[in-house]
Design a protein around this ligand. Structure first.
Ligand SMILES: Cc1cc2nc3c(=O)[nH]c(=O)nc-3n(C[C@H](O)[C@H](O)[C@H](O)COP(=O)(O)O)c2cc1C
Length: 198
């Protein structure tokens, strides 16, 4: 029997998303950004944060052949049980930080049965610069072409000058940013419902 969540029509189960912040830093702006996204998510989107990125070893196909290391297995299980991915990425040297790319590389294999195919993806990112991870997010969009995942096209969430956008407990203080994140997450739900999980 289907039970309705408060605010949801009967028969509509929430979209389940895994949230990953691509930084290992405790005081990471992208961790804060993701935590804000969890709170800003609409009633029909549940974001479960995956916080074991530091347990994902560097990808090595020799290791992969003998089975997933525990951190990778946990990530794969979380993603396989989900309908969508919410990524908050930093930008390192105009690109995607290695820890995040490495996790996506693990998820992308074996091709054909990876957890990424058919998954919908919402991208956001925060950086102290005036471009707010625009270049890293553009690279991620290319990565998700190869994995056959569906990135929400719009809006793009670039939290620029990140050091000025959060209060002392990590809440976003910029109403423009919260509004655009809400819109992105609504669009994620909409795209996920329209496409379904392939
Ligand atoms: C190795 C390295 C390279 C960086 N390159 C960029 C960059 O290309 N663009 C940018 O906006 N910020 C860059 N930064 C600054 C990061 O945006 C900043 O450290 C940010 O706080 C990292 O995200 P986090 O707070 O989620 O850990 C770089 C930082 C490091 C450590």
């Amino acid at each position: 029997m289907t039970t309705a969540m408060p605010g949801l029509p009967i028969g509509t189960s929430p979209v389940r998303a895994v949230g990953i912040a691509g930084s290992l830093r405790q005081a990471s702006y992208n961790r804060m950004l993701l935590a804000n996204a969890v709170e800003l998510a609409p009633a029909d989107l549940h974001i479960e944060v995956f916080s074991r990125l530091d347990e994902i070893p560097l990808y090595n196909s020799d290791v992969a052949e003998t089975g997933d290391p525990p951190g990778v297995a946990a990530l794969r299980d979380a993603v396989r049980a989900a309908d969508a991915l919410v990524l908050a990425t930093p930008e390192y040297n105009y690109g995607v930080p290695g820890v995040l790319k490495n996790a996506l590389d693990w998820l992308s294999v074996p091709p054909g049965t990876s957890g990424l195919e058919g998954l919908t993806v919402a991208l956001m990112g925060a950086s102290p610069s005036i471009l707010g991870t625009a270049r890293a997010q553009t690279q991620l969009r290319q990565v998700f072409v190869f994995t056959q995942s569906h990135v929400v096209p719009f809006p793009e969430v670039f939290v620029t000058k990140a050091h000025t956008r959060f209060d002392s407990v990590g809440h976003l203080t910029d109403p423009g940013a919260t509004k655009i994140i809400r819109r992105l997450l609504e669009n994620l739900v909409d795209l996920t419902r329209r496409l379904g999980r392939e």
